[in-house]
Design a protein around this ligand. Sequence first.
Ligand code: DP6
Length: 349
Amino acid sequence: WVLVKTAQTPTNIAVIKYWGKRDETLILPVNDSISVTLDPAHLCTTTTVAVSPAFQQDRMWLNGKEISLSGGRYQNCLREIRKRAREVEDKERGIKIEKKDWAKLHLHIASYNNFPTAAGLASSAAGFACLVFALAKLMNVSEDESQLSAIARQGSGSACRSLFGGFVKWIMGKEDDGSDSLAVQLVDEKHWEDLFIIIAVVSSRQKETSSTSGMRESVETSSLLQHRAKEVVPKRTIQMEEAIQNRDFASFAKLACADSNQFHAVCLDTLPPIFYMNDTSHRIISYVEKWNRSEGTPQVAYTFDAGPNAVLIARDRKAAAQLIQRLLFYFPPKSDTDLDSYLLGDKTI
Ligand code: DP6
């Protein structure tokens, strides 16, 4: 017999960035972060997990290619979820897995991203969140989403925020064992339905410096990172939570853009400096800043993760439509097929 479960998890985009760990193994951050989870219909990971007595070892396929599960991050997630596995019974098929059996049974895992992997579109976030969620379903785990988020966090920090929809906060926590470093939902996906998120794929090439090694170098060499984590983010997080609660787009946009810019300033302050944005990214920033100033009140917020792609958050449908028109005019695709590179989300959060 084979028992199978499938889960689908959207990616999330940080508006207050996580950059820097205080514990590399447990993946504990140096500051809180806040993100928005995208609509599951768009950028998401789909993961199918299967268990069978016929499986000889744990195996995993990512976008159709087998990958190694020997890395510490996968092993940590699998170990933590196995610890919480409970009895599973499928009466129709006469299958019963007792709690103690899970330690002996092997898993096969197949995961697909519907967007470019490692192009700064937070694929690891959706990936580990989906893996943990699918396994929790398969193994009848009773823990809630926040507790599962603490397991997903050990796969990739940003993954812990993808267990919820809407706006989500990853609380950095204080404990050395990481037990209080988990995600909570600030507001659900219905709270701020006016927002539209547009992702302008500037380049779908794999990034040169991974987030993991980039932030390690920043922690080791950037004094701006220390200042950001201790002085800036604690205050900014409170202001951002307020802006989200009040659906105050002007404050939201100001804080999100400032935080993205400071994160990239930390990257420049790293030795050797890390350049995630390119000329097109910079032109998009200048363009949005100019447009927002000319309107008197912000229409669009921008934020960039560890790559050149722009995540643009429009205040409403009208601003989103104008933005798309303007992007196509000022940043024309090089060919018709290039139009595909504008991933235009129809509806956001
Ligand atoms: C710039 O979560 O990919 O997207 O924990 O080492 O796997 P690891 O890093 P990762 O870093 C994400 C960094 C970011 C900002 C964010 O999502 O908060």
